[in-house]
Design a protein. Structure first.
Length: 578
């Protein structure tokens, strides 16, 4: 993320609105904080998605901008859903986006001893109690949005009894669900999060880091704010759905500070911003798991998934995500961003960095009749039209070529300026060719086109521009082409809000979000490419002329056998559908 005085933004382009920058600048100017400390605190129970990219860029970007630091903290408080696999994937995704936490990598489990100590202090101060109701009774007494909750019959246990029970919970004397530790706040609060929330529950499960050392675990809403306080976080930034949780956040850090564990003036503060809502996506972890379990996709890293591991395989770039986040800005109001905005940010960056290559996605043989069978000439093509410093490459020109099937019409329609019988076109980087005929199979399908070239029409030679043609076709040598598989990826969903009700839907109708899947989200084709592409390494990116941006697949490519994925088309092919 850049700003007018940032060397990465030398032109000083106007910035999108970001209210958090104003808060931080005011805090620094007033001396409320001496340095900025943020954190990115995911739970290690899944893979990061596009929404996390916004939070990563925001937290790390703000820390960089104000010469502070950003911590990576894994809030690992639920041992039944967390795995080392997810920890490794989170770390890799943050690094891939271009950020580094240096030495500031933490886990909530690092603080289990201290969090337990804080809980005992809350009990001793009369701010927490052990509740022995079962889950059903607790739920029944919680109340509703319009009806106050009822106090637990165990709410008035003595401090000594609560401490004894809590210590015995920790010692493993009770089965799962026998007791919980709850905060004693206000069961009549209009904010449901303040109705004596659960702080600890019994869970006899092995933790991915602490093993079997613990059988009670803090809940996220308890561990999260107090972990922020332990780490000295100055600006705890989260999405708007946590706005109703902020009173609990403040209550916990205030009560623990009163117990003498933190300086009251140094406790963290929570700030909420609008989450990322992108059309044509689902970001719900439950729905993403459903897509995998129902085999709609091949896993978390399927390039159609909105996860960062999938985006990397798709060929999206970290710089594209950073541009996208900067362009969106940061506000307090929820809204929807069209997926085309993200795609355009990717196009903009790929246009700058991607070398140009030629690939024929639907090959049709073109035979140059006035060349000998063993003809082999090298034509030159620029690696990037706007970056001459990248030089040129050689493309073999032979008697037999491949052109796109759509570039030939035996009976041309009006306005068709590509190859037709008797018509002339330029074979890009090479010669002007005139179609002399074609061959068809038993079904009448064209299987071969014949042409002759004009030897004095080679691109770049004197007199070549005397041949005036409207059509300009790309091609590859049929004899030397690299034939390989290309996967043409598109949006996974065909509707901007998958599963949402439509106007006119019957009241009883419940839509399945999978009903809105795009049947054309993946097409696999066998393609003819210029031979240099056979040397592509995993994650090498290219613009295939006319077809879009492609990447050598990170997972399936092998030495001398790269497999290519389409990242994004050259233009927004969905605009006309909106």
């Amino acid at each position: 993320m850049t700003h007018p005085n940032d060397p990465k933004n030398p032109a000083g382009k106007p910035e999108a609105s970001n209210f958090l920058r104003h808060i931080i600048e005011d805090d620094l100017a007033a001396g409320r904080v001496s340095s900025v400390v943020t954190r990115f605190p995911p739970e290690p129970n899944g893979y990061l998605h596009f929404g996390h990219a916004k939070s990563i860029c925001l937290n790390f970007g703000l820390a960089q901008r104000y010469q502070g630091r950003c911590h990576l903290r894994l809030d690992d408080t639920n041992p039944t859903k967390e795995e080392q696999e997810f920890v490794d994937a989170i770390e890799a995704s943050v690094r891939w986006l271009g950020f580094d936490w240096n030495t500031h990598h933490y886990f909530a489990s690092d603080y289990f001893d201290r969090l337990y100590q804080f809980a005992e202090a809350l009990i001793q101060a009369g701010h927490a109690y052990v509740d022995s109701q079962n889950a059903e009774d607790m739920r029944a007494r919680r109340g509703t949005l319009t009806q106050a909750g009822q106090n637990s019959p165990f709410r008035d246990r003595s401090i000594d009894e609560n401490l004894d029970l809590f210590r015995r919970m920790k010692a493993g004397e009770f089965p799962d669900g026998a007791h919980v530790l709850r905060a004693k706040i206000n069961m009549a609060s209009p904010n449901m999060n303040l109705r004596d929330p659960v702080l600890y529950r019994i869970r006899h499960a092995e933790h991915h880091r602490t093993g079997k050392s613990w059988c009670i675990y803090p809940l996220y809403d308890y561990a999260h704010p107090l972990s922020d306080a332990i780490e000295g976080i100055t600006h705890s930034i989260c999405t708007l759905e946590f706005e109703d949780h902020r009173p609990l956040y403040d209550w916990l850090v205030d009560k623990v500070a009163q117990a003498g564990f933190f300086k009251p003036e140094a406790v963290p503060h929570q700030y909420e911003f609008a989450r990322l809502n992108l059309t044509y996506l689902v970001l719900s972890k439950r729905k993403l798991v459903d897509l995998i379990d129902s085999q709609v996709v091949d896993g978390w890293d399927d390039p159609r998934m909105p996860t960062l591991v999938a985006a990397r395989r798709r060929g999206y770039t970290p710089e594209g995500f950073q541009r996208f986040v900067e362009q969106m800005g940061v506000s307090k109001s929820d809204g929807w961003i069209d997926y085309s905005v993200l795609e355009e940010c990717m196009r903009d960056h790929l246009n700058e960095i991607a070398p140009r290559r030629v690939a024929v996605l639907d090959p049709l043989e073109l035979v140059i009749e006035n060349l000998p069978d063993d003809y082999d000439e090298t034509c030159e093509a620029a690696n990037h039209p706007q970056r001459p410093e990248l030089g040129k490459r050689g493309m073999p020109f032979t008697k037999r070529l491949f052109i796109e099937r759509e570039d030939f019409m035996a009976e041309p329609t009006k306005g068709f300026f590509r190859m037709t019988p008797g018509g002339r076109v330029r074979l890009k980087y090479a010669y002007v060719a005139e179609c002399t005929g074609f061959e068809t199979d038993a079904n009448g399908q064209v299987v071969r086109v014949k042409a002759k070239i004009f030897e004095d029409s080679r691109s770049g030679t004197p007199g070549a521009d005397t041949y005036k043609v409207k059509g300009n076709l790309h091609w590859v040598s049929a004899q030397q082409a690299y034939m390989t598989q290309v996967r043409l990826y598109d949006r996974l969903f065909a509707h901007p809000t998958p599963g949402a009700r439509r106007e006119g839907d019957a009241p009883e109708l419940e839509r399945d979000f999978k009903d809105d899947l795009n049947p054309h989200s993946l097409t696999t084709v066998q393609v003819a490419m210029e031979p240099s592409l056979q040397q592509a390494r995993p994650e090498d990116r290219f613009q295939f002329e006319r077809h879009g941006y492609f990447v050598a697949d990170l997972k399936d490519s092998r030495p001398d056998v790269p497999v290519f994925n389409r990242t994004v088309t050259l233009k927004d092919s969905w605009a006309k559908q909106k």
